[in-house]
Design a protein. Structure first.
Length: 264
């Protein structure tokens, strides 16, 4: 009879090798032919020695376990001894393979789980993931309907209400704006300066107030220019973009201003 050697590159342990031999022989793990499996196991260890491979202690312990189980199965059962009222004998249902079978079943279970996890790892390695991005700019925005929930009757009522309001707007009012001349503004500026006598000073911002419109501000500025032209005041700034300081030179007060000089 030819000798069959089972040569594989590597096993994770003696249980892995035993499970391989059982699967290779296609036998039931619950009914292991220990004699055949032990012979095949020993042949594998001999082949490792021939290849000068290091055999770990785990494989040698399993070899001793198999030989022990094989010898127990080959030896006849001891006779029953009777002492007094008690009989001492081994359990007829005891199977020396039971512990090894239980270990192989547990190992097969965990090996199947490990294979399943490895397959999941391979599937996950084919998936590329990246950090989430803000996709708001590409999201289609649906505008709210401004007339949502309204019916045609509601719109008609709102239109009729607007028409009634429009028909009531029949009266108009015309507002006449008070005009101020440069001459009047000159008199007002001089009056403010004459209160404190010659050499008195006045800030340009003091001539303005919140209620003044653009026209009044322009007229006030023109009045200051005219007073400078008539040498009634001196204007200067302490620094760039600072408030304009007006200083009265102390000349004769202008009781009357010629219409020819200032005609606007």
């Amino acid at each position: 009879m030819d000798t069959v050697l089972y040569k594989l590159e590597s096993f994770e342990g003696p249980l892995d090798l035993l499970l391989h031999l059982i699967d290779k022989a296609e036998i039931n793990i619950q009914d292991i032919p220990v004699s055949d499996i032990t012979d095949q196991y020993m042949e594998y260890l001999h082949s490792m020695q021939e290849l000068e491979l290091d055999i770990t202690s785990e494989f040698l312990v399993m070899a001793a376990t198999l030989l022990s189980i094989k010898s127990k199965l080959l030896l006849p059962k001891p006779p029953v001894f009777e002492m007094d009222e008690f009989d001492f004998y081994e359990d007829e249902d005891f199977d020396p393979r039971a512990e090894l079978v239980q270990k192989l079943i547990e190992y097969r279970k965990y090996k199947g789980i490990a294979k399943h996890l490895q397959e999941k790892e391979m599937e996950r390695s084919l998936i590329y993931s990246k950090e989430p991005e803000d996709l708001t700019p590409w999201v289609h925005v649906v505008m709210d309907n401004p007339v949502k929930g309204l019916h045609a009757a509601d719109l008609l009522a709102a239109f009729q209400k607007a028409i009634r309001k429009a028909t009531k707007r029949t009266s108009y009012a015309r507002i006449q704006r008070d005009e101020i001349s440069v001459k009047d503004r000159i008199r007002e500026v001089l009056t403010a300066l004459e209160r404190n006598g010659p050499g008195s000073k006045l800030l340009f911002s003091r001539l303005l107030h919140e209620d003044m419109i653009r026209h009044e501000i322009v007229v006030t500025f023109l009045a200051i220019l005219e007073l400078m032209k008539m040498k009634q005041i001196l204007c200067y700034q302490e620094k760039l973009f600072d408030d304009i300081v007006m200083e009265w030179t102390g000349g004769e007060p202008l009781h009357g201003i010629s219409e020819v000089e200032i005609n606007y």
